[in-house]
Ligand binder design. Structure first.
Ligand SMILES: N[C@@H](CCC[C@H](N)C(=O)O)C(=O)O
Length: 280
């Protein structure tokens, strides 16, 4: 393999390695994601993101978790792609369309200055149909469904933002042993394509605390689609209003589920950590 130019970026501490697919072809992204994400023997990240040309949008995103699995959608990476393409002169637009495996997402760069930092993504409509999420529970939207794990009954609310999420409202999340608990949700047979799992504390009608166990990556400092799913589930449960700030381990995300068009909007920062070249 030839040398590989990359950029490490993070959104609320959810860090990925970004590769410009206009200039670099990656033959085996699954293998590369596993190798490069390793925090001891690689660069270290929650996964790999390819920024690619699109026939229908300004850009296309392909996203691989640190275990090499490909995800349909990534909220924090969508913001970082907005920053990457603007800062690197791949576009001069501040409203950018992004093709993903979960449909088209609309990125808006909010800053007026030379480098983008604060970014909103129109994440589209949440999916509540258990068949589409997918979750092996028949019937109505899955809200507060009792799932028994290790002798305890957890109430899960399932929301897809293009990728699957199980949201749990509970207390004492800072004491949870996620590396033990998380895989038991992720790999539970009721989720045929595994799941991301969000552990949420309601602070008040506009504020949530969240920890997340991500499908294919383990505990991460933040998950954009997970924050959107958590906001939707908390609104459906009438725990919060339609605009919330979510405190994650790596920073805050602002989420709004808009009543008029049913779209979820996510706003937060996108940050370049460093650029590098891997000598192979
Ligand atoms: N951290 C991401 C989501 C990444 C994909 C996820 N682990 C999955 O497999 O669905 C985000 O910010 O949305």
């Amino acid at each position: 393999m030839r040398n590989l130019k990359f950029t490490k970026m993070q959104g609320a501490g959810n860090d990925y390695i970004y590769v410009n697919g206009f200039t670099t072809t990656i033959e085996n992204p699954t293998q590369l994601a596993i190798e490069l994400s390793n925090r001891n023997f690689g660069i270290g990240s929650d996964g790999l993101v390819l920024i690619l040309p699109s026939d229908t949008c300004d850009f296309r995103m392909q996203m691989f978790n640190s275990d090499g699995s490909e995800a349909e959608m990534c909220g924090n990476a969508s913001r970082c792609i907005g920053k990457y393409v603007y800062d690197n002169g791949l576009t001069d637009k501040k409203e950018i369309t992004l093709e993903t495996k979960a449909g088209v997402k609309y990125i808006t760069l909010l800053d007026g200055d030379a480098k983008a930092r604060r970014i909103t993504v129109d994440m589209g409509e949440p999916i509540l149909d258990p068949v589409l999420i997918p979750v092996n529970v028949s019937g109505q939207p899955v809200l507060n469904y009792p799932l028994e794990i290790d002798g305890k009954t957890w109430k899960i609310s399932c929301v897809s933002m293009g990728n699957p999420h199980a949201v749990i409202f509970t207390e004492g999340i800072k004491d949870f042993d996620l590396p033990v608990l998380g895989p038991k949700f992720e790999n539970n047979p009721i989720f045929p394509r595994r799941t991301n799992t969000e552990f949420i504390e309601v602070v008040d009608r506009n504020t949530l605390n969240m920890r997340v166990w991500e499908r294919g990556a383990g505990e991460t400092l933040a998950c954009g689609t997970g924050a959107c799913a958590a906001a939707v589930a908390s609104i459906l449960n009438n725990y919060t209003d339609r605009k919330v700030v979510i405190h994650l381990l790596g920073g805050d995300l602002e989420i709004e589920w808009c009543e008029s068009n049913n779209h979820v909007y996510m706003t937060g920062e996108a940050v370049t950590v460093f650029e590098g070249e891997l000598i192979r």
